[in-house]
Design a protein around this ligand. Structure first.
Ligand SMILES: C[S@@+](CC[C@H](N)C(=O)[O-])C[C@H]1O[C@@H](n2cnc3c(N)ncnc32)[C@H](O)[C@@H]1O
Length: 481
């Protein structure tokens, strides 16, 4: 017979009956897209109306979410906001052993309803290697609240995403199944949900400015806060040269997903695409195809992937004869001067570049890259960025600004003038011009950076950058004569 305390421990909302948590809640505040279906690419989103660059087509809250265990000490378990004060709220159950904290009672209440109520009494599930399966379980209870057994309407790619063959995941599913006395049908649902999560979830990232020393910001990194599934955003298909970008953290809400048009004009009915990670402007074709096949189970047929040109911006070569035309790797003839490229020379120079990189001689690297690559090749931009950082650390701000300017030009050429990548470079250049006291140029750059931040919505997601830009501008106007 079960002991009374064991019985109490095992009585959870899952047994008492699932709560009908907000069954008709709308997760979107802006939604300007409609789902269409295709035989080869499944469901995809199309524009409801014409869009221009910068337009927001979707703002959505997660259907399910999970904060990474590593972020639990200083982020709200429900809304993912960073918690800096000591006045955090803990779980309503005094004996709760999960390491979770919340902003306030409202977040605690929401966190309780959308998952913690089921998990609170099972601290044995609060371990890193159970995260994926626990997230699947949250998906199950949330879907049940909407009268569904799996995440509503999302593709699972079950035939390729073979979870049943994955013994380690199956062992974890068994563990959760025995704790919650799950039926065979529920276990099947859980397996399907885990497949759905694998090809539909978004990693929630937060951009953070990193100071190279205490006075200036020169680098930005992104912190992986957790993961979430969004019912509408999960219907955007991938393109290696997408027309829209996913941004998190607008309106100061880390979990809010926003889809913004980066390539206008989009006409009504045209498909709106995002990138699942691989980008034609950043990654080589083979690398992109491999990643998409392994993680999302499809053969990418986007316009950047079809055809046999290798056109990663890393390898946009300059014809050595006419010095004008762009050559793609192993192209047999220059389209401008009709001459045969001497590929052995490019390969030899690339080997030398690698050698100088090992020796950290980036001036030599740049010199060789400028010789064989076009001015706007990504690798040229990356080397300029590296040089800017090196000169900045050694206090040579004018030189740092000079290379940062070139790095920005490359970012604008590859990603567009109004792009997150260009905005990052603009932020760096603004701080470097400020620190090198090039007053007029610094003010001009700061103004441009602020405008681009505003258009991209970064002023809301990274208010600290805007504050810093404002401070620099005021300092230059009122203090520096
Ligand atoms: C996040 S879902 C996108 C919506 C999905 N098409 C649907 O029917 O619900 C990701 C899955 O969509 C399919 N997909 C996305 N982009 C694709 C593309 N460019 N070509 C073919 N299939 C694609 C793949 O099956 C992928 O695993």
């Amino acid at each position: 017979m079960l002991q009374v305390d064991t019985l109490h421990k095992r009585l959870t909302p899952a047994h008492i009956g699932l709560s009908t948590w907000l069954p008709n809640q709308s997760f979107t505040t802006i939604c300007q897209v409609t789902i269409k279906d295709s035989l080869t690419e499944g469901k995809y989103q199309v524009a409801n109306k014409p869009f221009r660059q910068g337009d927001i087509v979707l703002k959505e809250e997660p259907f399910i979410r999970q904060l990474n265990k590593s972020q639990r000490k200083d982020h709200c378990y429900f809304c993912f906001r960073s918690l800096t004060t000591k006045s955090v709220v803990k779980c309503r159950v005094k004996t709760c052993k999960w390491e979770v904290i919340y902003c306030d009672r409202v977040c605690e209440g929401r966190g309780w309803l959308v998952g913690h109520a089921w998990l609170c009494r099972f601290p044995e599930l609060d371990v890193s290697d159970m995260q994926e399966v626990v997230f699947g379980f949250i998906g199950f209870v949330t879907s049940r609240c909407r009268g569904q057994n799996i995440l509503p309407g999302l593709v699972s790619n079950m035939e390729s995403n073979n979870i049943i063959q994955d013994m380690r995941t199956m062992e974890k599913i068994d563990k959760i199944a025995s704790l919650f006395y799950l039926s065979e049908d529920t276990i099947d649902s859980l397996i399907c949900i885990l497949s759905q999560i694998r090809c539909n979830s978004f990693a929630i990232k937060q951009a953070a400015s990193v100071a190279v020393d205490s006075s200036y910001v020169v680098s930005r990194e992104s912190i992986h806060l957790g993961q979430a599934v969004y019912l509408t955003a999960s219907r955007f298909n991938h393109d290696c040269d997408p027309t829209a970008l996913v941004i998190f953290g607008s309106d100061g809400n880390p979990c809010q997903l926003q889809v913004q048009v980066t390539k206008g004009a989009i006409v009504k009915g045209q498909s709106v695409t995002i990138s699942y990670g691989p980008l034609a402007t950043k990654h080589a074709k083979e690398e992109r195809k491999k990643k998409l096949k392994e993680d999302y189970f499809f053969n990418c047929q986007c316009s950047s992937c079809v055809g046999n040109r290798e056109e990663s911006p890393n390898s946009i070569y300059k014809c050595q004869i006419c010095k004008v035309s762009r050559l793609y790797r192993q192209q047999d003839k220059c389209r401008n001067c009709d001459q045969k490229p001497y590929w052995a020379y490019f390969l030899k120079t690339e080997a030398e570049i690698e050698m100088y990189k090992q020796q950290q001689d980036y001036l030599k690297v740049l010199q060789l890259q400028e010789n064989i690559y076009h001015d706007n090749a990504l690798s040229v931009g990356e080397t300029c960025d590296k040089l800017a950082q090196i000169y900045c650390v050694s206090g040579q701000m004018r030189l740092a600004a000079k290379y940062s300017k070139r790095s920005l030009e490359v970012a604008k050429a590859i990603y567009g003038k109004i792009s997150v990548e260009a905005a990052e470079e603009m932020m760096k250049l603004s701080t470097l011009l400020f620190n090198s006291m090039q007053k007029a140029e610094a003010i001009k750059q700061i103004n441009e950076t602020m405008i681009v931040y505003k258009i991209l919505g970064l002023s809301k997601s990274s208010p600290e950058d805007i504050e810093e830009l404002g401070d620099m501008k005021n300092h230059l106007i009122y203090i520096v004569r």
